[in-house]
Design a protein around this ligand. Structure first.
Ligand code: ZN
Length: 96
């Protein structure tokens, strides 16, 4: 991937967490996506493997870019791991 800031080649890598990884407009007391309607899930949590989102780094600009189109950055989804939390989230949103 080419860096959108300088046009240089970016390094492929991963952002890994023992928790779900999601983007929100602001920090929230309850940070999980099920409590934030506007959240963009970058990686669902897998109880066995944690979560991981593919990310690209530009050393020159010190920027990290995540392409989340179609949820393709979610390494768990790529590995075919369905998340228990995705099921819980759907149930929670149907009730509210
Ligand atoms: Zn750059």
């Amino acid at each position: 991937m080419k860096c959108p800031y300088c046009g240089g080649e970016m390094e492929q890598g991963v952002i890994q967490s023992p928790h779900e990884i999601c983007w929100k407009h602001e920090k929230a007391f309850l940070g999980n996506a099920e409590f934030n309607e506007d959240a963009v899930i970058l990686s669902e949590l897998s109880m066995l493997r944690g979560s991981a989102a593919e990310a690209f780094r530009c050393r020159a600009c010190e920027k990290i870019v995540i392409d989340y189109k179609n949820g393709d950055c979610d390494m768990n989804r790529r590995a075919g791991l369905s998340s228990d939390f995705a099921v819980v989230r759907k149930m929670f949103r149907k009730r509210s």
